[in-house]
Design a protein around this ligand. Structure first.
Ligand SMILES: Nc1ncnc2c1ncn2[C@@H]1O[C@H](COP(=O)(O)OP(=O)(O)OP(=O)(O)O)[C@@H](O)[C@H]1O
Length: 360
């Protein structure tokens, strides 16, 4: 990536806090680059350091060490005045919207422009234009409490756009919303990314959110980035146990695990049967693999669970299947699956009774 293509460049960032005489490491040696015009996700459980890390991006949180560049500018070298200028180009939205209750929706959106040399008429026109963009023009004179959660977040987005930012940071912006409203807010963010070329950094604890709109993702745990890369790659071949857990959560694999245990699938297997968990990427479709097994190798398949999810233009298939052969031999079957690019876990010997089925 050339320097001109980089919106955010964080190098070797550490953030420590002193708490009750102890040093807490909130961010542990994190380096990442966010490409201009991309949507970059940061996922991790509560306390992983996500919020602290994104506050470093506009130096609301100064790192204990490391370098922060935004749009090619080394922020730690800037004067306060220049830093304020950069901060205005980095908008933020939050889980709890942070709207001013006593002001109308229109006033909330114009708020960031109040201190600027811009005529009231123009300011109002701009705020109204932004409300149109987020689909809320008719609510301009309403008050926040008259709006639903999703509508409040739209107002917060319009307000964040008032200073014409190049970058928008979304800190758990959909966490308080139901799945349908979440989807509509993510759709809006994608539209802003497409139409305005806005670079978006999106913090979440939900892989569904990452899957919906992010191109790249960093997985955080205990302050560190433990895995990062393109979303499609992470979903197809997650390396770290935590990443695998997040990927599974987005593919309903948890349900599948429960089914294995509650239906006692392993206990019921015949000697000539195997219980396999198969993962497919788009170049190996589940139908073609299963029919090939039947035709070429005479293997029967009983599909117990199947799910296909779309991630970054890839179709990823997950399947739990009982395969049976006449002679109970599976060497050829495994070999075929491997060459077809299918990832295989054999659950036949798994400690199913305890529900500890590892799908790594
Ligand atoms: N100002 C502070 N003083 C002391 N410790 C802090 C401070 N801010 C954050 N921490 C600690 O740093 C760690 C990371 O917190 P952070 O809020 O960045 O995590 P997070 O992944 O965003 O989690 P959440 O989603 O719950 O906010 C936590 O252990 C937190 O207690």
């Amino acid at each position: 990536m050339s320097v001109a293509d980089v919106a955010i460049d964080l190098q070797d960032i550490n953030v420590t806090f002193e708490r009750k005489g102890e040093t807490v490491t909130a961010v542990d040696d994190v380096s990442l680059q966010v490409k201009k015009g991309s949507i970059y996700g940061i996922i991790g459980y509560s306390g992983a350091g996500k919020s602290t890390l994104v506050r470093v991006i506009n130096l609301l949180q100064r790192p204990s060490s490391g370098k922060v560049s935004v749009s090619g500018q080394d922020l730690q070298q800037l004067t306060d005045k220049k830093l304020r200028g950069v901060r205005q180009k980095v908008g933020m939205i939050f889980q709890h919207f942070n709207l001013l209750r006593s002001r109308t929706v229109l006033n909330n959106v114009e708020y960031p422009l109040l201190g600027k040399k811009i005529a009231r008429k123009d300011r109002e026109a701009k705020a109204l234009e932004l409300l149109k963009l987020v689909g809320l023009a008719e609510y301009a004179q309403s008050y926040p409490e008259e709006l639903s959660g999703g509508q409040k977040q739209r107002v917060a987005i319009a307000r964040a756009l008032a200073s014409d930012p190049d970058i928008l940071i979304s800190d758990e912006a959909t966490s308080a919303l139901d799945p349908q409203t979440t989807a509509s807010i993510l759709e809006l963010l994608k539209k802003l990314n497409d139409e305005l070329g806005l670079t978006i950094v999106l913090i979440t604890h939900e892989m569904q959110v990452i899957k919906s709109i992010c191109q790249e993702v960093a997985v955080m745990a205990d302050g560190a980035v433990i895995e990062q890369g393109f979303v499609g790659d992470l979903f197809t071949d997650p390396q770290q146990p935590l990443t695998k857990k997040f990927v599974e959560s987005a593919a309903n694999v948890t349900e599948m695990r429960q089914q294995i245990v509650s239906d006692q699938l392993v206990e019921k297997l015949q000697p000539n049967e195997r219980l396999l968990y198969l993962r497919f990427s788009s170049d190996a479709t589940s139908e073609s693999v299963i029919s090939e097994l039947a035709i070429q190798y005479g293997v029967k398949a009983n599909i117990i669970f199947a799910n296909v999810q779309k991630v970054a233009q890839l179709s990823l298939g997950y399947m739990l299947v009982v395969l049976s052969t006449v002679d109970g031999q599976f060497d050829q079957t495994f070999h075929y699956l491997q060459t077809a690019g299918v990832k295989v876990n054999d659950f036949s010997e798994a400690p199913q009774a305890k529900g500890e089925i590892d799908v790594s």
